[in-house]
Design a protein. Structure first.
Length: 333
């Protein structure tokens, strides 16, 4: 799977392409920081305008909106460019994988589900990596950029439970985010979500294979097809019930998450020690840091699918390598 990074044929794409994607995401995060600053300035302006009529001019108001449109336009343009380039990058990665599979397919074709591994799983691998890879990098950079901002904004502001401690807001975000994420990850392991996803794909592959054989072989018994589909049905129903439990916990945590920043800021809001603009900046920065810390939680269903795909492809490659080694051993003998 990772020959892409060590094959000289792909050296022009592998490492330079990764650096380009990383640089563009970093610049996008910088724009996000500027947008956060804009929120503070804009809402302070709104507060002043509502408290004292005609304290701002209509030109100042439109100018503020136009500055946001400019920042948002740059952000959207970068997102489109990153997505376009990442698509090409990951298709080259997939190409490097399938080229190797093609070169040894005379040995791989005898392995159960070989065609599905080479075609379907390589597609899934590249598509999942597209969403997970860029979002992971973005989450790390957001934590790096927004953490100092959150520290700076929360100095001197009373925080629920932590009082006037200057690190209270950041500590609260850390405890809430990491604690909730660890709880759901542990729940995912208890429910064996990765295992059930792997079993589901395995049963689907077996069912698909017998259907393909039945296209050319009229002697394939319908009962055999029904037996395989029964296995497919059982594993799907098992996955539904397990994902139901995980979904209940995840949804409940997500709804509680909406209020977390307001809970921590409750003493400051009630005491009126923050302006509307500062409050918006804090809540947005808190949300960005908290959301990035919850990366594993938000991406958990996709991570489960990626781990399942990785497990199948790794198993497939190991079987190919074992077949090659057995053939070489046979030649030696």
């Amino acid at each position: 799977m990772f020959k892409f990074f060590f094959d000289s044929k792909w050296s022009f794409w592998a490492w330079p392409g990764a650096i380009i994607i990383l640089s563009k995401i970093w610049f996008q995060v910088q724009i996000d920081v500027k947008i956060n600053e804009w929120f503070g300035e804009f809402y302070d302006m709104i507060q002043n305008a509502l408290a004292e009529p005609n304290s701002i001019t209509i030109d100042e108001y439109w100018a503020s909106l136009f500055s946001f449109i400019t920042l948002a336009g740059i952000y959207v343009a970068l997102a489109v460019i990153i997505s376009f380039f990442t698509n090409h990058y990951l298709f080259r990665w997939r190409t490097s994988m399938v080229e190797w599979y093609h070169s040894v397919y005379d040995k791989a074709r005898k392995i159960e589900g070989a065609s599905q591994r080479v075609q379907e799983d390589t597609v899934k691998f590249s598509r999942i990596m597209e969403s997970l890879g860029t979002s992971f990098i973005s989450s790390v950079l957001i934590i790096i950029e927004f953490t100092p901002i959150l520290f700076g904004l929360s100095v001197g502001i009373p925080i629920f439970f932590f009082g006037d401690w200057e690190y209270g807001l950041m500590t609260g975000a850390l405890i809430w985010s990491v604690g909730g994420t660890l709880f759901l990850i542990i729940l995912g392991f208890i429910l064996r979500l990765v295992g059930v996803e792997y079993d589901l794909q395995k049963q689907e592959a077996a069912y698909r294979k017998i259907l393909v054989i039945a296209e050319d072989d009229g002697e394939i018994r319908p009962k055999r097809l029904d037996e395989l589909f029964d296995d497919v049905r059982k594993i799907h129903f098992l996955s539904y019930i397990r994902y139901l439990y995980f979904g209940i916990a995840s949804s409940a945590y997500g709804q509680a998450n909406v209020l977390s920043a307001y809970v921590f800021l409750a003493p400051a809001i009630v005491a009126g020690v923050v302006t509307l603009g500062v409050m918006q900046q804090i809540i947005r920065a808190f949300g960005r840091v908290e959301g990035s810390m919850q990366y594993l939680l938000r991406a958990w269903p996709i991570i489960i699918e990626l781990l399942s795909v990785y497990k199948r492809l790794r198993e497939f490659e190991n079987q190919i390598e074992k077949t090659i080694q057995d053939e070489k051993a046979g030649i030696v003998r």
